[in-house]
Design a binder for this molecule. Structure first.
Ligand SMILES: Cc1cc2nc3c(=O)[nH]c(=O)nc-3n(C[C@H](O)[C@H](O)[C@H](O)COP(=O)(O)OP(=O)(O)OC[C@H]3O[C@@H](n4cnc5c(N)ncnc54)[C@H](O)[C@@H]3O)c2cc1C
Length: 331
């Protein structure tokens, strides 16, 4: 059986990729979106879900997570295929002008590409302790996918940012007990999040550094915690460990894709239709550069329709594109 051929493959599920996904669906293009994290939302969801955003048109003071939830809602209006937890490693241009997209999990095919990878693929900062790799995926996690998995469990969350506090507060009502370990006495979270933490039953342990992790015979985990600037060492036996140390991003894959890049910042050069130096490959969002580029969500929201409209016109020159009114496309 011939392998499926997409009209468009969107690489990256941040605000740029999410809005491009909706716009592809709106124009009934056969599209897929591939995102390296298990969640959509890019920097907004991963780095500042609680922060208020004031400069998205028509949404003053929306929180990062609210904006991502609205984008997800919008994507449901005209859905396309989504593949989360998958990092695109290679994009190969075939002789017939189509593209082969490779990730560790899959090979797929597409007539055009929209690169929306921001600063690159996000990966969580790992807990660098002997034994952490043994526990990973069993007793140690970098994301909470389902709070129900933690019902009745003893959980420790490691980290001191908004997202670590959010995870601790989210699990507190379902878990048997939740501890939050941070290396400083002060948390980096927003004031109201920190206030909620103080009012909660979360067992806050500061300033402690994780120094050891051991999976016990009964499958529980013992964390060894050392108090900073002190000899005090504490053992904490729990069922589950959640590490929330933030993310690193890596866009080294771009160098293999034969694109014209701004060498200083590894940004992709595009024209006014978001077309890159490779025919059929478009790029939008924080990862691109052009005269006057501003790396903001609002800019990405403008670039997505420009790219989708340009590539759709090229793929289907006879197709009538309703660029002035979305109501013509949504029933
Ligand atoms: C602290 C902070 C505050 C900010 N505040 C604001 C603000 O108030 N207003 C504003 O407009 N902007 C703000 N920004 C900037 C804004 O977040 C970015 O402009 C926006 O996120 C860019 O969206 P994007 O989709 O281009 O990239 P990203 O949000 O970076 O998303 C890119 C996605 O692509 C994925 N990806 C990358 N490589 C691959 C690959 N090879 N395979 C699969 N997936 C891949 C990544 O995992 C990521 O999810 C802020 C940024 C930060 C860090």
């Amino acid at each position: 059986m011939a392998e499926e051929m997409y009209d468009v493959t969107i690489i990256g599920g941040g605000p740029a990729g999410m809005f491009a996904a909706f716009y592809c669906g709106l124009h009934e293009l056969k599209a897929q979106l591939i995102e390296s994290l298990p969640q959509l939302g890019g920097q907004v969801a991963a780095l500042y879900p609680e922060k208020k955003i004031w400069d998205v048109a028509g949404m003053p003071g929306v929180s990062g997570q609210e904006l991502v939830d609205c984008l997800k809602q919008q994507m449901k209006v005209a859905p396309i295929d989504q593949f989360l937890n998958e990092t695109v490693e290679d994009v190969i241009k075939e002789d017939d002008g189509t593209f082969t997209i490779k990730s560790a999990q899959r090979v797929s095919h597409s007539k055009s590409i929209i690169i929306a990878l921001g600063n690159g693929a996000f990966t969580p900062r790992k807990l660098s302790l002997d034994g952490a790799d043994v526990a990973e995926g069993h007793q140690l996690h970098y994301f909470v996918n389902h709070t129900a998995d933690y019902a009745g469990k003893r959980v420790v969350v490691l980290g001191g940012g908004d997202s670590a506090i959010d995870v601790a507060l989210m699990l507190e009502p379902v878990a048997k007990e939740v501890s939050l370990v941070h290396r400083r006495n002060e948390f980096r979270g927003l004031e109201h999040t920190v206030t909620k933490l103080k009012e909660s039953k979360v067992n806050v342990l500061t300033p402690y550094l994780p120094k050891g992790i051991k999976v016990e015979d009964d499958q529980s985990v013992t964390m060894e915690l050392k108090k900073r600037r002190s000899d005090e060492v504490k053992s904490l036996n729990v069922d589950q460990v959640i590490v929330n140390f933030g993310f690193t991003s890596d866009n080294a894959a771009l160098n293999k894709w034969s694109l014209d890049l701004d060498n200083e910042r590894n940004l992709i050069k595009v024209d006014s239709t978001m077309q890159t130096s490779v025919d059929g490959v478009y790029a939008i969002g924080d990862g691109v550069t052009y005269p006057g580029k501003v790396a903001l969500i609002a800019s990405a929201f403008g670039e997505a329709p420009a790219a989708v409209t340009a590539l759709a016109k090229k793929l289907y020159p006879d197709k009538k594109m309703a660029v002035h009114s979305s109501s013509m496309n949504i029933g």
